[in-house]
Ligand binder design. Structure first.
Ligand SMILES: Nc1ncnc2c1ncn2[C@@H]1O[C@H](COP(=O)(O)OP(=O)(O)OP(=O)(O)O)[C@@H](O)[C@H]1O
Ligand SMILES: O=P(O)(O)OC[C@H]1O[C@H](OP(=O)(O)O)[C@H](O)[C@@H]1O
Length: 186
């Protein structure tokens, strides 16, 4: 694994709502600080908790997007999500940059970032439902809508996809991910 390559890979962490993207990302960064977390801009109240993100109004988000503040942005779950252009700087000196993306934007992300690794997390459907309910961030309607997207497919043509089941203990998932990242010099 190289130290601080000029432009570290971007690891797009994807999967159904509740699968554990933010939890796995935080645990990976805690294990290896060279795995940097890219903070997102979301039109969601910051007090919603979960990941560390910047909450803005839809009007502010639109102004930021128009001003070129995002490397990429998308809509999902009635929210807007943006990845700030700072991600290009974060890649310098990192082992890799972890970012929570929608499965729908992976083709764009691969074109933008070049060296993109997709970490596709999965979990059993009953586990997803239990975790969303336990997290308590969304109401029943939003949880149902999110669960409907659980099986959204990954786009064709992705160069590197690592699929890991996060139905079991988080620590086990983290070890599996770190092992699967090893051979390809990340
Ligand atoms: N391996 C695990 N075992 C048990 N609980 C987990 C595990 N991974 C995540 N969780 C819990 O499941 C809930 C959902 O996790 P998290 O918010 O990280 O998912 P997510 O994929 O980021 O969801 P979203 O996409 O909706 O933000 C949280 O309460 C988290 O603590
Ligand atoms: O189902 P798909 O399109 O893969 O992802 C939909 C949304 O869910 C996740 O965000 P959140 O943290 O759950 O709000 C993703 O980052 C994306 O924004």
């Amino acid at each position: 694994m190289s130290e601080g390559p000029i432009k570290a890979p971007v690891i797009a962490v994807v999967g159904p709502s509740g699968v554990g993207k933010d939890s796995v990302m935080a645990a990976l960064a805690a294990r290896d600080p060279r795995l940097r977390l890219q903070r997102r801009v979301i039109t969601r109240p910051e007090e919603a908790g979960g990941e560390v993100f910047t909450g803005v109004t839809p009007e502010t988000f639109a102004r930021m997007a128009a001003a070129g503040a995002f490397a990429l942005h998308w809509q999902a779950h009635g929210l807007s999500y943006g990845i700030p252009v700072e991600i290009y700087d974060l890649r310098r000196g990192a082992r890799a940059v972890l970012v929570n993306l929608s499965r729908a934007v992976l083709g764009v992300a691969q074109g933008l970032f070049g060296d993109l690794i997709v970490l596709s997390l999965t979990a059993d459907s009953d586990v997803l439902a239990d975790r969303l309910a336990g997290r308590g961030r969304e109401d029943a309607g939003d949880r149902a809508r999110r669960l409907q997207r659980a099986s959204a497919p990954l786009p064709e043509g992705l160069r590197r996809v690592i699929e890991v089941d996060n139905s079991g203990p988080l620590a086990t998932t983290v070890e599996t991910v770190l092992t699967r990242l090893q051979p390809e010099s990340v």
